[in-house]
Design a binder for this molecule. Sequence first.
Ligand SMILES: [Zn+2]
Ligand SMILES: [Zn+2]
Length: 322
Amino acid sequence: MNTNHKLSPRAVVMSKAIGLLILVGLSACQGRNLLATAENPLTKATDLPLEEYLNPIQAESNLLTITPSSQVDPVQTAALTEKWVEMITITVLYDNYPYQEGLETGWGFSAFVTYKDQNVLFDTGASGLILLENMAEMNIKPGDIQNVVLSHEHNDHTGGLQSLLTAGADPIIYLPPSFSSSFKKQFDAQAEVIEVFPGLPIGERISTSGEIGGFPPEQALVIDTSQGLVVITGCAHPGVDKMVLAAKRHFKEDIYLVLGGFHLGNASSTQVDQIITEFRRIGVDHVAPCHCTGDRAIAQFKEAFEDHFIQVGTGTVIEIES
Ligand SMILES: [Zn+2]
Ligand SMILES: [Zn+2]
């Protein structure tokens, strides 16, 4: 685990604030948050005194929160930080679907994961310019990035890396072994590069699936939460169901959330239904498809998973109790 770099205090405070503020100000984002439906106990949260949200025993129904980070209020945050339960935060930094105003969208994917004082940037999008602009907007400095995990060697996932390093980032870079020798050579010269294997820990609670065979081969990021595994995919070229099943088999835990590109843009509705059936068989609890999933497939997942479907795009922040 790399502990040489730490998030700036401001960034830590910001990430810690997000979940709290969504609980306090939930009614403001109900329009976007499909978890906050009439059946969901979260919708009643605003009637309770603040202390109730912070009680770990009562927190059980508040395990996954989602909000644009623009709702973060640093003053409230400072007052509440001491009582905070450690959260795993996933911020979608780069996607072709919009979510938060003020952020650039573009074809590609990148997600920033934080837990305690550790962080991982999973994929870098296609454009370094967009990546760095969105990071600045979200108060993430290049020097903050401790680890970069690249899902697969396609430019819409690796294209931002060189700009990130040029801007001052000094992360450990985790690659599937099948990456080309020219790619490895380029980045070996600038950073520590590690070829992954199944289950390799990136940090506490954060690991890689290892390389899964496909065209091209690909790795997923796997986060161990109190609710089960979160699997983040880049494009899921090997098959999103195959990747999720590989994570479940390796880590021997249930799947709480699958987020990222599901690569079903050219799939028929019958093929998408087969993936949904397989997700049900595997026991996937929540889905957050984006990037290369395809509009029709996203609509099918939304219909099938109802309030366990999470709409995501550039700027979505998801917090899960560790
Ligand atoms: Zn790809
Ligand atoms: Zn892609």
